[in-house]
Design a protein around this ligand. Structure first.
Ligand code: MG
Length: 167
């Protein structure tokens, strides 16, 4: 394979927990609504995992970042489902004749416990990204109580993607 046809991208996102649970905005990670009675402050649904994946794909394409394409000052994106934003990013990737090879994701969160949701989140990601589950890796770590994440003030996510296609 022509090495010029491979492109790597990295994405990172953080969202702060709302002080109270907002029923209209339940914690949504990787497109899965969690029953943990927590909410993240966000213009969209605050899905940090999908935002990091979008940024990783945009990064691989050399297309800036999610804020450039879906500005949070635009009322059009208020409460936007991040899955819809991801579909737009995937369409851009398709238009550039690239496809995803694999995705590696690390969620950084002190709370909630993500292990019980891991299988559902991988299944959701594979579905959204149209990838076999073996090509979607999802890791989770805490910060051992250190810093803002350790104080349970929010959730962060880093994602790396590899794309292949026409250079
Ligand atoms: Mg975000």
């Amino acid at each position: 394979m022509d090495p010029n046809s491979m492109r790597i991208g990295h994405g990172y996102d953080v969202h702060r927990f709302d002080v109270e649970y907002v029923a209209a905005k339940p914690l949504t990670l990787a497109g899965v609504v969690l029953e943990d009675k927590m909410s993240l402050v966000a213009h969209s649904d605050g899905d940090v995992i999908l935002h990091a994946v979008c940024d990783a794909i945009l990064g691989a394409l050399g297309e800036g970042d999610i804020g450039l394409h879906f500005p949070d000052t635009d009322p059009k994106f208020a409460g936007a489902a991040s899955g819809d934003l991801l579909q737009e990013v995937l369409a851009m990737m398709g238009a550039r004749q690239h496809y995803l090879v694999n995705v590696d994701i690390t969620v950084i969160a002190q709370v909630p416990k993500l292990t019980p949701h891991r299988i559902n989140m991988i299944s959701s990601l594979a579905n959204l990204l149209e990838l076999p589950e073996q090509r979607v890796n999802l890791k989770a770590t805490t910060t051992e109580g250190l810093g803002a994440i350790g104080r349970k003030e929010g959730i962060a996510c880093a994602a790396v993607v590899l794309l292949a296609g026409n250079a």
